[in-house]
Design a binder for this molecule. Sequence first.
Ligand code: DC
Length: 230
Amino acid sequence: MKDKDAFVVTIDGPGGSGKGSLALNVARELGFHLLDSGAIYRLLALKALQQGGDLGDEKQVAGLIDEFNIRFEAGDELSVPYLDEVDVSAELRLEATGDAASRVARHPLVRERLLSLQRSFFKPPGLVADGRDMGTVVFPKAKFKFFLYASVEIRAQRRYKQLINMGLSANIAHLQADIAERDERDQNRSASPLKPAEDALVVDSSLLDLAQVTNLVLSHIRERQSLQPV
Ligand code: DC
């Protein structure tokens, strides 16, 4: 594929809908770069927490972006996130970090100041970007847009299994309440609320497993793109 033919695939959806794993599969199959935009908000939240800052202070949080030193290194399975050259993989996935990320992500100034960083991930041969506003705000001209939905109950069950597999303790009722609360915050904020782009294909993954959703998304892209598997 020529550089000028590079394109973006966006995968948005609520937390725990499986979009991260889906994005990773799709990026691997297409040989594309990957942007996990949630990880960027999580890294910023970690930085704010480390500095003992006030997550509700928009200017203070946005100011941290001036000295925001992050990178992702290719790992065996997932890429390894670094904040100020320290591997923060473990802290990044904690529920508390996700919650803090959702709080820093509310601020319009923070979102605006993270736009160019997110867009810089788009390089040939292409990008799969996952998040909440990839198709609506960050890459509005993306060639393919998907919105992955799954019920709160199903997402809580998936998250529960993930945490247990990671050797962490978890309580399903608390997870369900946390997910519902974070959905509420992500959907109702004024800046880039979580919603499907008008031209997104909405996929309900409640009753589909990861392989089925991956096949569905890849078939949709390949039918329109006549891309060969890599
Ligand atoms: O996908 P995630 O759980 O890693 O995202 C963490 C938080 O970051 C989520 O609650 C909302 C916010 N987020 C966002 O506002 N916009 C994005 N594009 C990605 C994440």
